[in-house]
Design a protein around this ligand. Structure first.
Ligand code: MEV
Length: 313
């Protein structure tokens, strides 16, 4: 049996603005992973299965927009080969879906990695290639993704990312001091595609206003890169707070997210913000060894349905 995995992700700075060409900073969540396995059957067709969701289907029968079929087709197109017979592809994930933690991109990356090994081309599938193929699949699901999710998940390192055509500018970062984060889940599911689409409608109606918000988020991401590399945790925290305020003005926060962000700050977090598309999903709080327990307690009391720990760097 072949198995491959890929991590979830958080956005430290710059979500949404990154879709419009401003920089963003993202980091993998190494211990929260999606997993893909391939077992040869020798039988005709491919069985696609997602045991977590109780779903099984045959590749030949599913709609081309089926997420697993779309990944198989993207790899077939790249390698000019057929991957339509002889195995069972199974995916499981510890990353909650529709919650801003990159579950879709992590499944794509895990499946692409597993297919590469299955074809005997594990080495040829570089991080760049895996990311580019996952981006093709993201485009089917999300319309206008920036590419930051597939990039940070395929590279498995903190990245400073700027969308450019045809290739994004990617800088891999090493924090001067590790960040200790708590991730608080509102428990409210929110589809990235819908939120990104709504921001686009608002931007189209008032581009001057939204461009000025995106510019502010871009400046924060740039300052965040310097603070992260310098290991200036207090500055990182302040910039997270600033970024959250701009995301509120962008209309992508929500009452449950604001409540968790306020609770984390009350508990002594150096900074807190929503992470990902917003309107639900997760927020992140920058804590220290001294404040971690108090912040976790406040998050739970404020309604976080799950709290994860994640270190960056
Ligand atoms: C989602 O993780 C980040 C967004 O900026 C969308 C994207 O970059 O494609 C909201």
């Amino acid at each position: 049996m072949i198995a491959a995995t890929a991590p979830g992700k958080i956005i430290l700075f710059g979500e949404h603005a990154v879709v419009y060409g401003r920089p963003a900073l993202a980091a993998p969540i190494h211990h929260l992973r999606a997993r893909a396995t391939i077992e040869e059957t020798g039988a005709p067709d491919v069985t696609l299965t997602a045991p977590d969701l109780n779903r099984t289907a045959l590749l030949s029968n599913v709609n081309p927009h089926n997420p697993l079929a779309a990944i198989v087709r993207a790899v077939e197109k790249h390698c000019h080969c057929s991957l339509s017979d002889g195995y069972t592809l199974s995916v499981t994930s510890a990353i909650p879906i529709a919650s801003g933690l990159g579950s879709g991109a992590a499944i794509s990356v895990a499946v692409i990695r597993a297919l590469a090994v299955y074809m005997g081309q594990g080495e040829a599938f570089t991080r760049e290639l895996v990311s580019a193929l996952a981006y093709e699949v993201e485009r089917l699901h999300h319309g206008t993704p920036s590419g930051v999710d597939n990039t940070v998940i395929a590279f498995e390192q903190p990245v400073y990312f700027v969308r450019h055509d045809p290739q994004p500018a990617i800088e891999l970062l090493t924090p001067g001091r590790p960040l200790r984060l708590l991730i608080g889940d509102t428990g409210v599911r929110s589809a990235t595609k819908d939120v990104v689409g709504d921001v686009r409608r608002q931007w189209a109606a008032d581009s001057r206003h939204f461009d000025s918000i995106f510019d502010a988020c871009g400046r924060i991401a740039e300052a965040g890169r310097s603070a992260l590399v310098a290991g200036d945790l207090a500055a990182v925290g302040t910039l997270m707070n600033d970024n959250h305020d701009w995301l509120v003005r962008m209309t992508v926060s929500s009452a449950p997210l604001d409540k968790l962000v306020a609770a984390a700050r009350d508990g002594g977090a150096l900074g807190a913000k929503l992470s990902g598309a917003g309107r639900g999903g997760n927020m992140i709080a920058l804590v220290t060894g001294e404040t971690e327990a108090a912040v976790a307690e406040r998050l739970a009391a404020a309604g976080a349905v799950r709290i994860y720990k994640s270190d960056v760097g």
